[in-house]
Ligand binder design. Structure first.
Ligand SMILES: [Zn+2]
Length: 486
């Protein structure tokens, strides 16, 4: 009898905390179906004093931690090992006590417990009851990880993303064209439902639809907003020009890019703006952590402000931190480090302190839009695994891109080729001079590029010129690094 009581009490505790977590999430889901004001979707959440944001985060963190402890086998083990109990986490001030979770730990758990791992707080019966969708991660390291979300999670994700579109000035009357595919990747799916809620018309024109057909749709159907990767938006515009069409003459007024760091690279943003005569915005999310968008651009930052754009963190949906990549110790505002994100958007999987690996700087400086959430200054710069180490100098491919795209003689495509010579890494950058550049100018152009990269990125590299249009184009995520090292 005692055993029976124990089991049933255990079950009750789990369902109590599950209900509590659902209640807290619901309590702060303000303006769930439609915007609360012409400028702010959830005015109370978006313009409240910073103390209030901290209060909401603390309330969510306390319950989320207890929920994970009770319901997620992976996290219960992890926190027991760290000698933490649910009563240790009461507010945001206790956040640093929680050990950081890495992608590697997730992969190991998945390998041991296929196909889903043990980090979710939802058991198979609840999954069946709720219904779900699965996405695969597209990271550059390791096998794609399957991440499941319940239909309840989808409702919350669509609310967050609708708010983000509202923040970046997308309104009924716009018509959005997807240039990204509806596949196993989160991107298109995560944007489709919120747009439906907002009453924004859309067309799913991503691959496998050929570029030429997409151009024909732009001409005939007049979309006003485009969604794609930065490299693809450049490619699409160039193809139009080759066909004798000027992208500036189209109905496109704004382009939102994601999937690569390009939107926050000023020279890339400017190239897209010039090519299309449109404003350009950047979005940042991650399949593993809530799928609800982590940082988004506001309307004020869509302009060319002479600096890389800042993005607002989704702070009532999570907590951003920047840590030292070596020691994993939190860094103060204004210092660059790896983004660690705590996510509150999901019932299947709240995630405390997940190391995303992307580099950024956090600031609570004032933004002209009046929102009080903190900023990712200059957006996200890329991940640790993308960093290249050349003879002791580490460089992000995004920094190389910034420099290359400031050179007007070069086309938009480039590739970084890494080889090994006597144990040392050698870098060659393949670029395409524009067709109007005469070959006799190549030697001076080469010198110009080498000098610029030396000054901007402190790297020594060789340059290889390829015929214009010969570097393969990616319709989704561009592969910029060709690693031929042994
Ligand atoms: Zn703003």
């Amino acid at each position: 009898l005692l055993l029976v009581i124990k089991i049933s009490r255990g079950h009750d505790m789990a369902s109590d905390i599950r209900k509590l977590w659902a209640d807290v999430r619901k309590k702060w889901m303000l303006n769930p179906d439609k915007p609360g004001s012409p400028k702010y979707w959830s005015p109370e959440l978006e313009t409240c004093p910073r103390d209030k944001i901290k209060e909401i985060q603390s309330e969510k963190l306390e319950v989320a931690f207890r929920y994970l402890y009770e319901c997620s086998p992976f996290y219960r083990e992890k926190y027991k090992r760290a000698k933490l109990s649910p009563s240790d986490i009461k507010s945001v001030d206790d956040l640093h006590k929680i050990p950081i979770t890495s992608k590697k730990e997730w992969r190991e758990d998945l390998e041991k417990n296929p196909p889903w791992g043990t980090f979710s707080c939802i058991d198979e019966d609840i999954w069946k009851e709720r219904g779900w969708i699965v996405w695969l991660t597209s990271g550059t390291t390791g096998k794609p990880t399957p991440i499941r979300y319940t239909q309840e999670d989808r409702k919350m994700q669509q609310w967050f993303i609708a708010r983000q579109y509202w923040m970046s000035g997308v309104r009924p009357g716009d018509f959005l064209m997807f240039c990204v595919p509806f596949t196993t990747h989160v991107f298109a799916w995560d944007h489709y439902v919120p747009l439906q809620t907002m009453g924004i018309p859309m067309i799913a024109a991503g691959p496998p639809i050929p570029t030429e057909a997409r151009i024909d749709m732009i001409k005939r159907l007049n979309p006003t907003v485009m969604l794609g990767t930065p490299s693809y938006m450049l490619y699409l515009g160039e193809i139009m020009k080759n066909m004798g069409l000027d992208p500036r003459d189209t109905s496109v007024r704004a382009i939102f890019v994601a999937g690569e760091p390009g939107g926050s690279i000023l020279s890339t943003k400017r190239r897209i703006m010039d090519l299309w005569g449109a404003k350009v915005g950047d979005l940042f999310g991650c399949t593993e952590v809530g799928g609800a968008g982590i940082a988004t651009i506001c309307e004020e930052e869509l302009e060319d402000l002479g600096r890389p754009s800042n993005l607002h963190f989704n702070e009532d949906g999570g907590i951003p931190e920047v840590v030292d990549p070596e020691t994993l110790e939190p860094l103060p505002e204004g210092k660059e480090g790896q983004l660690v994100w705590t996510d509150f958007s999901s019932e299947s999987m709240p995630i405390p302190r997940f190391n995303l690996g992307d580099f950024t700087v956090i600031s609570s400086e004032f933004c002209a839009c009046g929102r009080t959430s903190r900023l990712s200054v200059g957006g996200l710069r890329g991940r640790t695994e993308d960093m290249i180490n050349i003879r002791g100098v580490t460089v992000f491919p995004s920094a190389i891109e910034q420099s290359l795209r400031e050179i007007p003689e070069l086309g938009d495509e480039y590739q970084i080729v890494l080889t090994e010579k006597m144990g040392l890494t050698e870098m060659t950058i393949e670029v395409e001079p524009k067709p109007e550049i005469p070959e006799e100018d190549y030697p001076s152009l080469e010198k110009k590029i080498v000098e610029k990269l030396k000054v901007d990125c402190q790297i020594r590299t060789s340059i290889s010129f390829l015929p214009y249009g010969s570097i393969p184009k990616a319709e989704f995520k561009a592969k910029r690094i060709k690693d031929l090292r042994g």
